[in-house]
Ligand binder design. Sequence first.
Ligand SMILES: *Cc1c(COP(=O)(O)O)cnc(C)c1O
Length: 409
Amino acid sequence: MTTQAMDVTTKAGASAMAIAQVEAHAAHNYHPLPVVLARGEGAWVWDADGRRYLDLLAGYSALNFGHLHPRLVAAAEAQLGRLTLTSRAFHNDLLGTFAVEVTALCGMDMLLPMNTGAEAVETALKMARKWGYERKGVPEGAAKIVVMGGNFHGRTTTIVGFSDDPSARNGFGPFTPGFVRVPFGDVTALAEAIDDETVAVLLEPIQGEGGVVIPPDGYLRAVRALCTERDVLMLADEIQSGLGRTGETFACDHEGVVPDAYILGKALGGGILPVSAVVANRDVMGVFRPGEHGSTFGGNPLACAVGIEVVRMLRTGEYQARARELGEVLWDRLAALPAGQVAAFRARGLWAGIDIVGRTGRDVCEGLLRRGVLAKDTHGSTIRIAPPLVIERSDLEWAIDELAEELRS
Ligand SMILES: *Cc1c(COP(=O)(O)O)cnc(C)c1O
């Protein structure tokens, strides 16, 4: 046996071992594809056996800049040699710059830094309720927030309580009151749901987990107008749709809409660490006073160092442009998929949901895995395509050709 062959055998054994360990000792709250990733670069990842895969999931958009982007790694490494955590009991020398950069990107005044997306959503909900009591004059305890059918905003008990996905909520009640759900994309239903006690409308401008569901043209503008007219905050969860994915900085930009708050996460951490934030103007964010909200890790200097670099990369506009250009390539390729196998597809920028006929999305994703392409199914028969924005055009074309072959097989 050559050294190389032995290496491979050992590593293949290591993959099986890693999967067995996870199955025995990690909670079964996920059902991963049977691949053990050990290395990544750009849009490519390698398994423990050295086999290469093109990553069409990009960590659900957390990896918009790909794996190990040199600028982001350099920012993190430099900061690792200086200071990583202070808590907010003290100032650190990067939070100010991070706040300046993020608010400038959003065209707003103030930021509240958190870590995960769900924490940022929770922060926005607390902010909206407090704003409702202090500024709108809603009676204490009566605040209502309107959410959308098919939403995904994270996994906390409050958030799953207003989900309509049975697997997200069943068995986890009792739930937090104060939420009303209306169909996504339906302006009339939204208008009817808003009353004097409504403080906010929370929505994803494009629903990611829902299967890349794009609302009808003009919907976001109508939501904005309604929120302004009825004195209700428009909270845009751009955790997955924002930061370049759709070909604009924010999905709201496609309709020229500015919400009252952006909720950001995923790509804000550059695929290196969890970084999230709520961004709003002073008249809204100003409701928080010392002691009323916080996070041990939120705004830590390592997170800020990476987040600052992420925003500086986005401010050049090159990633948004790339998502737009490659998005056209993606659209053309998807439109040419075998018609009998595809019920529908939706796409904006470098982001698509494809509804498969006659097979589960899981089955197609397992087939793609064997072809060296990583993708993730959602809601049974939908495949989501969200490659890193740094993907090469030829690699993208190859991957969609592999998908076409898989669907024909
Ligand atoms: C992923 C996601 C979240 C939750 O983010 P976590 O970091 O997993 O808590 C919230 N909203 C949207 C739209 C998301 O895609």
